[in-house]
Design a protein. Structure first.
Length: 618
């Protein structure tokens, strides 16, 4: 019997049955025995679907929380849907602005007809000036993304010289709708963080936005499919405390306490703070720094909450009470018939914070949702929480999405996961993938690392960081344009690319680029060692800039010496696997040859950071 059959799997408690908790439980189930705790009687959190009595035909399943996604922004979620067999359909993300004060009514994302839903606005100089300022706003926002600016959203608008009319009838609605927050909360958001999010969602450009999608049958479709695959689910059992110990974690509920090897807190930060009985001072400060806005949310049939002008009706519809702004709550209505493709004679609308405007007789369901308020302090705290919790606890939702091009032995993926990242690592080698999966499973990170056998040119989505260790030498100069184009396409705005590359002086690179030597013949067929200048030139072509390079050739020489010593010491074992003397001499020569090159300075090695510059959105 195999060792795995004798060894009990580690146990993990996941606290919180929203999308983050369900996803964590689903992934952890591959390597752990999972128990999911949810205080409410319903799983899903903001993934909330309602069966609505129809005016005609089939019963509509209408979402009232998380509604839309796209491949660029949510590649991991859509990959999960693929695993689960969850069907999605295309939708659109148009947005309208309706002002009760000045009567403005227009929609973006619907072409000229939506912008000029009220043709009389062509005679309004305030409106025309607002439209003229939109491209300038987009350009300034994208430029800010290339800096380390700590401006808030409000300060950015003040310094930009934008008209008050533009601020109140375009800029503020854009942010308030996306983050479900009032005007003052929005003004305090870190501008760079906000613009990275908007750019990632295709909202800092007039054209070229990604294709948005909704789940067929509502978000309950994937909530139910995930729940079917989670080991033990305790709905309606609220956790009252979590305490870490050297040998595990104690999870307490009103029904008693239970020991687990690990725990994932998939709750809001304020809830996690109340649950952690042994929170460190740093954890307390970071969790307390993340605040929330509460939004009363109604699902209803009252079409009066949609714009009166048919051409102004959009998927998202923002209602402005006054041209002066200053609202402490966002008022926005989501037109679900348009978003979800509902075939019903009634209009189904989800409205935030407009209870006094909705006919009570037309209300289908009443909810209250909380959304995070991302102040500068909150963003910094969330970044620190990515690596908090110690070896026994993780905060769900924290961590960067990292793509590794070239899996190697899986070590980098393991270390990135240990620091809180979610890692996708790709390789063309089936054998390398199998070894990496084995090592990742042994380290206990199958929930955070996915190994995929795939060409880098076929990867979709975007990532906070793209890492590639000594791949460029094997790619070959002929394919460098494709390689760097992929790096640029896959890294998110505000993210970074990290390359580790063997280098040679540029003149030597130029002299040897067309040669065919021993290394090309025996080690890297078709490969070529680049120069730093060649890398910089390729990066510039695709809008990436070298912002840092750390060389460590002398240290690499010592690494190679140790590899050679370990190889020779293990040779009796290697030889028993039917490797011959020619194999030994080849690899001993290769390791000595490279060590000498690094010691003599003929070649070097560097870790190079690349960052995306301003991209052409025309």
């Amino acid at each position: 019997m195999s060792r795995a059959a004798h060894t009990p799997r580690p146990t993990v408690a996941v606290i919180g049955g929203g999308v983050s908790g369900l996803t964590a439980a689903y992934l952890l189930g591959r390597s752990h025995d999972v128990t999911l705790f949810e205080a409410e009687q319903r799983l899903g959190g903001h993934a909330h679907t309602h069966d609505v009595p129809p005016a005609s035909g089939a019963v509509p399943r209408v979402d009232s929380g998380f509604i839309v996604m796209n491949e660029r922004t949510y590649p991991n979620l859509l990959r999960l849907f693929g695993e689960l067999g969850v069907e999605t359909r295309p939708t659109e993300m148009s947005m309208s602005i309706d002002c009760d004060d000045c009567g403005l009514s227009y929609a973006g994302g619907k072409g000229l007809g939506g912008i000029l839903a009220d043709p009389r606005r062509l005679g309004d100089p305030r409106f025309l000036r607002m439209l003229a300022q939109v491209p300038r706003f987009h350009r300034r926002a994208r430029r800010l993304l290339q800096t380390d600016s700590d401006l808030t959203w409000g300060q950015f608008l003040d310094e930009g010289g934008f008209s008050d009319y533009f601020v109140q009838h375009f800029a503020v609605p854009l942010v308030s709708c996306v983050w479900s927050c009032g005007d003052e909360d929005a003004a305090a958001y870190p501008a760079r963080h906000l613009f990275a999010f908007l750019d990632h969602h295709g909202m800092l450009q007039v054209t070229g936005s990604p294709t948005w999608r909704t789940v067929v049958g509502g978000s309950r479709a994937y909530v139910d499919k995930i729940a079917e695959r989670v080991g033990e689910i305790r709905v309606g059992e609220a956790v009252t405390a979590v305490e870490r110990h050297a040998d595990g974690v104690e999870v307490r509920t009103e029904a008693g306490s239970q020991h687990f090897d690990r725990v994932v807190l998939a709750t809001h930060a304020d809830q996690a703070l109340r649950l952690l009985a042994d929170a460190t001072p740093e954890e307390k400060a970071d969790l307390a720094a993340i605040g929330y806005s509460r939004n009363e949310t109604w699902l209803h049939r009252d079409a009066a909450l949609l714009p009166a002008l048919p051409r102004a009706r959009a998927s998202w519809n923002y209602r402005l009470a006054s041209c002066g702004g200053g609202a402490d709550k966002v008022v926005v209505s989501y037109w679900m018939n348009r978003l979800q493709g509902l075939e019903d004679h009634d209009e189904h609308v989800v409205t935030l914070n407009a209870t006094e405007h909705v006919d009570p007789a037309k209300v289908t369901a009443r909810m209250s949702y909380e959304h995070p308020v991302f102040t500068t302090e909150a963003v910094a705290a969330a970044a620190r929480l990515r690596t908090s919790g110690g070896p026994r606890l993780a905060f769900a939702g924290a961590g960067d999405d990292v793509l590794e091009i070239g899996t190697g032995w899986g070590t980098l993926a393991i270390e990135a996961a240990r620091r809180g990242a979610r890692v996708t690592t790709i390789t063309l080698s089936v054998e390398q993938a199998a070894l990496a999966r084995e090592r990742i499973e042994a380290a206990g990170y199958t929930d955070r690392v996915e190994v995929v056998v795939q060409d880098y040119r076929q990867v979709t989505g975007t990532f906070d960081a793209v890492v590639s260790i000594e791949m460029i030498e094997a790619v070959g100069e002929r394919y460098w344009p494709d390689y760097f184009a992929a790096l640029s396409r896959l890294v998110r705005p505000g993210g970074a690319v990290a390359l580790q590359a063997i280098l040679m002086p540029h003149q030597r690179y130029l002299a040897t680029r067309n040669s065919y030597g021993w290394i090309q013949k025996h080690i890297f067929p078709g490969g070529l060692i680049p120069s730093a200048t060649a890398i910089s030139a390729q990066a510039d072509r695709v809008g990436l800039s070298v912002t840092r390079a750390d060389r460590f050739g002398a240290d690499y020489a010592e690494t190679l010496r140790r590899w050679r010593a370990a190889f020779l010491a293990s040779w009796p074992t290697i030889r028993s696997e039917e490797f011959d003397e020619e194999f030994r001499r080849t690899w001993e020569f290769y390791l000595v040859y490279c060590e000498a090159g690094f010691r003599a300075g003929a070649i070097d090695v560097a870790q190079i950071r690349l960052e995306p510059g301003e991209r052409d959105y025309s």
